[in-house]
Write a protein that binds this ligand. Structure first.
Ligand code: E4P
Length: 215
């Protein structure tokens, strides 16, 4: 059960890294754009500053597999960087080539079980089903996680399920229940995982009683 932060914001990672609960980071071009940093420099800073992260996804964007592989090469020099490719014909060609070159690969933009089958066959280290975007479009993202889990349990090829596009702590928990190995989430969703009004209220009562004992 691993927790990844879905952000390219250095400070956001830094503020949560010392909880000891964060196993990795995922980025995408939109998140890099939001951070305002150069893609390579952003990933390099994360890789160098947070050595306990087991995987930092850096996405490549190109039409052809050969161009994706070329784009990936500088990232592959960095520690613990995973190359993220789209689930297309060329993306899965690139996935196979990158695995042969020794990279770990995250196949992203997964919206069906059939895509997850192809990604596993292409040697993906991780597949990223987009739970929230499926829900936005009237489909059941959690059902997809369960279906992929069942397929991978019956036909194991070693690919891990990395639930992505997750927008609430409730959905985080349900992704694990349905069989996700990893959930990547925005920093704000991670923070809200600690929250319960009953914890706050219970703590206030305990504090009050503690103070009266120690008067
Ligand atoms: C991470 O790997 C994905 O790119 C990300 O979770 C997508 O999230 P969104 O659908 O909220 O943009």
């Amino acid at each position: 059960m691993k927790i990844f932060l879905d952000t390219a914001d250095y400070d956001a990672i830094s503020m949560r890294y010392d909880t000891g609960l964060i196993d990795g980071v995922t980025t995408n071009p939109s998140l890099i754009k939001k951070s305002g940093d150069d893609p390579f420099e952003a990933i390099k800073a994360i890789s160098e500053s947070f050595p306990d992260l087991k995987s930092i996804s850096a996405e490549v964007v190109a039409d052809l597999a050969c161009d994706m592989v070329e784009q990936a090469k500088p990232f592959m020099e960095l520690d613990n960087v995973t190359i993220k490719v789209p689930c297309t014909v060329e993306g899965l060609r690139a996935c196979r080539q990158l695995r042969d070159l020794g990279a770990t690969v995250n196949v992203t933009l997964i919206f069906s079980a059939a895509q997850a089958v192809l990604a596993a066959k292409a040697g993906a280290t991780y597949v990223s089903p987009f739970v929230g975007r499926l829900t936005d479009n009237g489909c059941d993202g959690l059902e997809l996680i369960k279906t992929i889990y069942d397929i991978y349990a019956r036909q194991p090829l070693g690919t891990e399920i990395l639930a992505a596009s997750v927008r609430s702590p409730e959905v985080v928990a349900l992704c694990y229940r349905e069989g996700s190995d990893i959930v990547t989430m925005p920093p704000g969703v991670f923070d809200r995982m600690y929250e319960s009004v009953l914890t706050r209220e219970g703590l206030a009562i305990f504090q009050k009683d503690w103070d009266s004992i120690n008067k």
